[in-house]
Design a protein around this ligand. Structure first.
Ligand code: ZN
Ligand code: ZN
Length: 245
């Protein structure tokens, strides 16, 4: 089955000690995609065609720059810039020739130039690739869950999920499992999530109490890193660790 190749990253995600295994998988996937864009493999025509067309969102352009691979980034940007230059040039000449004017009625009053601007500013090669592969991780996750055994123990013994991914897999169960199996799955992960939300909330509360002089000499318990863990739980964001290598 196609999903087989995605079972390893899914298992790895669940082996990480963190507040959301799916966020861990996404972070690794994002790091690998960034490395890929800057690698010599990137110069292959089909990949270049896609990055030329989609470009990058602000966050990922920042990440690409921060990698410090000046030549890799410059080669990719040069290709991207030339392609966009040509596209805009072509759209400008169409608009001045009057054949398909800047106010063409064809696309709900959006001119071809505006349509290009929207596509250009809203698309990102890295976001797109990560989203696409992450969907396959979700399928692989349910495939592993159906098999039962060690993987189920990993899931039920985990620290739960960030809220976004909890709701995502809760909903997705209906597409991947039979009605009975989906109910069993939902009951188990809902109990797991509620218990772990309470754990993080308690840690965060204890963290706030430690600012009170009456609690100054009390032990930290598990609250020292409660802030970054709470951010991951509620926002699905790693703020305390640099990108994984
Ligand atoms: Zn998550
Ligand atoms: Zn992006």
């Amino acid at each position: 089955m196609k999903e087989e190749i995605y079972t390893i990253p899914v298992m790895d995600g669940f082996k990480e000690d963190c507040e959301c295994p799916f966020c861990a998988m996404r972070r690794t996937l994002e790091d690998k995609t960034i490395d890929y864009v800057l690698s010599p493999a990137y110069m292959e025509e089909d990949v270049r065609g896609e990055t030329n067309d989609k470009g990058f969102c602000h966050e990922h352009m920042q990440r690409l720059y921060a990698e410090g691979n000046a030549l890799g980034l410059a080669l990719m940007l040069h290709s991207h810039m030339k392609a966009q230059h040509e596209t805009v040039q072509k759209l400008l000449s169409q608009s001045t020739s009057g054949k398909r004017g800047l106010f063409s009625k064809k696309q709900a009053d959006v001119s071809p130039l505006e349509a290009n601007r929207r596509h250009f500013t809203e698309s990102c090669y890295v976001c797109h690739r990560v989203d696409e592969i992450f969907d396959r991780y979700i399928s692989a996750f349910f495939m592993l869950w159906k098999k039962g055994g060690e993987f189920r123990d990993l899931v039920t013994g985990s620290q739960g999920f960030c809220l976004n991914h909890f709701m995502q897999i809760y909903e997705a169960a209906a597409q991947h499992l039979s009605a009975d199996a989906a109910k069993e799955f939902r009951d188990q992960i809902a109990a797991l999530e509620m218990e772990n939300l309470k754990r993080v909330e308690d840690d965060l509360e204890w963290f706030t109490l430690k600012f009170d002089y009456r609690y100054k000499d009390k032990p930290w318990k598990n609250a020292k890193d409660a802030l970054p863990r709470s951010i991951l739980k509620i926002n699905g964001q790693f703020v305390d660790r640099s990108p994984k290598k």
